[in-house]
Design a protein around this ligand. Structure first.
Ligand code: FES
Length: 252
């Protein structure tokens, strides 16, 4: 089916109507489906285009302005087409102090001096890379880190980061330190839209991988060995007590 909203041709989304309906059906209110629907848009077009905004508006009975207000708030929704891969270099405080700024500068230079959210090569062709500064990626214990399509490469140096970049440019898919094997930005967007077990994403098994590093788990292991537990919440009943967790206040 071809339809239009505000004179925008939505036919590029005809093949996505079933997926869009499945996303909407997950929520009690259609507008709650906007975030995953925007990921579906990025799967189709590699960014949130005017057409994608109109598609979301039509499906969710919102105005294009309402959709744009959300899409422009979150950094994960891109205004320009993303390359085959999105390379996010953490330049927040801890990573920056441990070399993240140097890594970002070296990656940028290797890609011809492109800037934040710019792309080397022609998106989404093989080897095209979009780079971005990232705020804390929640892996400070493994700093400095970068991600490729949100999969982690921990404890990076300038040299190791450049090896990753060069491999990606050759069309290779280096193995992340943690997470699933690399695919590409668009297929990850389909996953983020909530479609895990589809041929395009390689199926659920292809998207499994370790999510935690030993350094991250060490505190939890210590707590378990020493029998530390978290105190119950002030108004919690006996059934709400946490049986095993990291205890902020030290050993009991
Ligand atoms: S500062 Fe880089 S992961 Fe937290």
């Amino acid at each position: 089916m071809t339809s239009t909203v505000h004179e925008v041709d939505l036919s590029i989304y005809d093949a996505q109507r079933e997926r869009a309906a499945a996303i909407v059906a997950r929520y009690p209110e259609p507008r709650s489906a906007l975030l995953p629907l925007l990921h579906l848009v990025q799967y189709v077009e590699g960014h949130v285009s005017r057409t994608g905004v109109a598609f979301c508006a039509e499906v969710l009975d919102l105005t294009p302005a309402e959709v744009s207000a959300v899409a422009t708030f979150y950094t994960m929704y891109k205004r320009e087409p993303v390359g085959e891969h999105l390379v996010s270099v953490c330049t927040n405080t801890l990573c920056a102090a441990l070399g993240g700024d140097d890594i970002y500068a070296a990656v940028r230079e290797r890609l011809g001096g492109i800037g934040h959210e710019e792309t080397s090569g022609t998106a989404p062709e093989s080897g095209s890379l979009t780079i971005e500064h990232a705020e804390c990626l929640a892996a400070c214990d493994l700093a400095p880190v970068l991600t490729v399509n949100y999969e982690f490469f921990d404890r990076q140096t300038v040299d190791s980061a450049l090896e990753i970049i060069e491999a990606l440019q050759r069309g290779e898919k280096p193995a992340p330190t943690r997470g699933a094997p690399l695919t590409d930005f668009r297929r990850i967007e389909l996953l983020l839209a909530g479609f895990f077990d589809e041929p395009e994403t390689g199926g659920a098994a292809a998207n499994a991988g370790p999510s935690a590093d030993e350094a991250t788990l060490r505190g939890a292991r210590l707590a378990e060995e020493r029998g530390w537990t978290a105190p119950p919440m002030p108004d919690a009943g006996p059934d709400d007590a946490t049986e095993s967790a990291i205890l902020p206040g030290g050993p009991s």
